[in-house]
Write a protein that binds this ligand. Structure first.
Ligand code: HEC
Length: 144
C-alpha cells in the first residue's frame, strides 16, 4: 500500500474513475498500482519471450500463459508473489481449479471451503473462463 504514495501526482487525475471499466470500480489507489504492475508485467513478458530461443522457458507453457493473466488482472489485489498476502486478496499459490473457478467466475467458494479472508470484495471475471487452467498451472508452479 505504501507504494501508492510514491506515485507521481501526475497519475492522480482519475477522481471520476476515468481509468476504471464500467461496473468495476476500485479505490483509485488500486488502479494506480495496477497500472504500475501492468507495466512491470509487460517487461516480464518481453524478457520471457527473449529467453525462448535460448535456454527455453522455465516452467510449462500453460503456467507462462497463466502468469500473464495473473500479472495483468489478479495482481491489482493479490501479491506479485502469490505465496504472500496482497493488499486486498490473500495468498493464493497452490489454489485448486475448483476454488479459482468458483471465485473468478461466480464470486463464490466451493461448498465447505473456509475462506482465507472473509469478505466479498473480489469481483467476478467471467471473461477469464478459458484461462483458468493456465492460472491454476501458474499458481501450482510458484507454490513454495
Ligand atoms: C479487486 C481485487 C481482486 C482482484 C482483481 C482479484 N482478487 Fe482474488 N480475492 C480478492 C479478495 C479481497 C479476496 C478475499 C475474499 C473476498 O473478499 O472476495 C480474494 C480471494 C481469492 C481467492 C480465494 C482465496 C482463499 O483460499 O480463500 C482466490 C482463489 C482468488 N481470489 C483468485 C483470484 C484470481 C485468480 C484473480 C485474477 C484472475 C483474482 N483473484 C483477482 C480480491 C481480488
Amino acid at each position: 500500500m505504501a507504494r501508492s504514495f510514491q506515485l507521481p501526482t501526475l497519475l492522480r487525475n482519475d477522481e471520476h474513475g476515468s481509468l476504471a471499466r464500467p461496473g468495476f470500480s476500485l479505490p483509485h489507489w488500486t488502479w494506480h498500482s495496477r497500472v504500475v504492475h501492468f507495466a512491470a508485467a509487460a517487461i516480464t513478458a518481453t524478457t520471457l519471450i527473449g529467453c525462448d530461443d535460448g535456454e527455453g522457458p522455465t516452467g510449462s507453457e500453460a503456467a507462462q500463459r497463466g502468469k500473464t493473466v495473473y500479472m495483468s488482472v489478479c495482481i491489482a489485489c493479490h501479491n506479485g508473489d502469490p505465496n504472500e498476502d496482497g493488499t486486498l486478496g490473500p495468498a493464493i499459490a497452490g489454489s485448486s481449479l475448483e476454488l479459482i473457478a468458483a471465485k473468478v467466475l461466480r464470486a463464490e467458494y466451493p461448498e465447505g471451503y473456509e475462506p482465507k479472508r472473509a469478505g466479498i470484495i473480489m469481483p467476478k471475471f467471467p471473461y477469464l473462463e478459458g484461462k483458468l487452467p493456465d492460472v491454476t498451472a501458474f499458481l501450482a508452479e510458484v507454490k513454495r
